[in-house]
Design a protein around this ligand. Structure first.
Ligand SMILES: [Zn+2]
Ligand SMILES: [Zn+2]
Length: 394
């Protein structure tokens, strides 16, 4: 291990009790999305006390924050701006079962190690530690933050996520959720059905249309639906129904083509059944795009720091609001081993692992990998150019 990495490891190790305590406190707060008042205040407070200029609330969200550290004039002096992102929301009733409690302590470790190894350098740069609320909710805090310019002042972004092994994140799908309502005309089902127009019939036609559409979609498309309101009384022609449709694909452009098709099917179903329809887009999430040069660097350092249980990325993943960040700038999330048993996230096993030694080792691993990668990009212009060109040409 070279001197820089030794110094990175030493800085993080010295800080690890403090970082672990932050992780434990956030674990105990167990605050759900957009309600992470104590967690965000704790982290913002730590950053202000340790040389960061902190803004909270940030980017339009009460529980988001940004802590900035500038060296030798930072961006104004031609330096790069490194973004370290962290989540801290728990799941309703389940607590921290996705290990979000360790993320921000880990990236704080990365930031402090980077500051330490570059303390004598003349290189201008700046670090933005950005707290991003509510990852677990479908509307995703990062989407709202992006709309409010929350990621406009950083050149590259890193995130750490807990996991059962050390691996890179995998491509995730873009997602759109639509609520479709049908408005019919009520009438007595036995005496005067001819005077009624059935909102349930419209659902039948919609579901038939969705089924027929599926065969003509590009590979990897997903269309699912549930009925939220399927009528209330069988002896009356139902005048109101509501259905939720979720569509996924690996690009947002193509997903919007599917959305148009679904909207046409809903309009057609209403026309055919003499009902009216209202279509509302409830939420959307962008797909993640992969930055190979950045991923290579992260894995190089995962190996150099001998991180636990290194594996290739998974083939399939769901959807995450981190997608919008990867659309806006070069970025990557490294998953580090925070749990010793092989259980999926959002289960009790992850809760049980929340304060175990492996969790604290995960804080170290994430911090070390991100600090060394950020140092590499800051001190090797070719490396940054490669990362940036990969993003531009995506
Ligand atoms: Zn989760
Ligand atoms: Zn998560």
């Amino acid at each position: 291990m070279n001197e820089t990495n030794k110094k990175i490891a030493q800085t993080i190790n010295n800080l690890l009790p403090e970082l672990s305590s932050l992780s434990d406190q956030i674990f105990d707060f167990a605050e759900i999305g957009y309600k992470e008042y104590k967690s965000s205040a704790l982290l913002a407070d730590w950053l202000s006390k340790n040389g960061f200029e902190v803004t909270i609330p940030f980017a339009g969200l009460e529980t988001a924050f940004c802590g900035i550290y500038k060296h030798k004039g930072g961006k104004a002096n031609g330096g790069l701006s490194i973004g370290f992102l962290g989540e801290y929301d728990a799941l309703h009733c389940q607590g921290h079962v996705c290990a979000h409690h360790m993320q921000t302590p880990s990236i704080i470790g990365a930031a402090m190690a980077l500051i330490n190894v570059l303390s004598d350098s003349d290189l201008p740069y700046e670090i933005h530690i950005i707290g991003t609320p509510s990852e677990e909710a479908l509307d995703g805090g990062k989407n709202k933050m992006a709309e409010n310019g929350g990621f406009d002042n950083i050149d590259v972004a890193f995130m750490v996520h807990g996991n059962t092994c050390t691996q890179l994140d995998s491509p995730t799908l873009a997602l759109i959720e639509l609520d479709i309502e049908f408005f019919g005309k009520s009438s007595h089902a036995g005496i005067a059905p001819d005077e009624g127009r059935s909102a349930v019939d419209a659902i039948t036609m919609l579901q038939t249309g969705l089924g027929l559409m599926r065969n003509h979609l590009k590979d990897g498309s997903r269309v699912s639906n549930i009925i939220l309101n399927g009528g209330v009384a069988v002896n009356a022609v139902p005048d109101y129904t509501k259905i939720k449709v979720e569509i996924r694909h690996n690009t947002m452009d193509y997903l919007e083509t599917i959305e148009d098709w679904v909207r046409n099917i809903a309009e057609g179903s209403a026309l055919a059944t003499g009902t009216k329809t209202k279509i509302t887009r409830i939420a959307h999430i962008y797909n993640t795009t992969m930055n190979e040069p950045l991923r290579k660097l992260l894995m190089k350092y995962a190996n150099e720091f001998n991180c636990a249980d290194i594996k290739p990325p998974r083939e399939k993943c769901g959807s995450t609001d981190y997608g919008i960040v990867t659309q806006k700038l070069p970025s990557c999330s490294i998953w580090v081993k925070t749990i010793d048993v092989n259980a999926p996230p959002h289960t009790d096993a992850w809760y049980d692992a929340g304060k175990k030694p492996r969790n604290y080792q995960g804080i170290f691993d994430g911090a070390a990998i991100c600090a060394a990668t950020a140092y590499h990009i800051l001190t090797d212009k070719n490396a940054f150019d490669e990362v940036y060109n990969c993003f531009k040409n995506k």
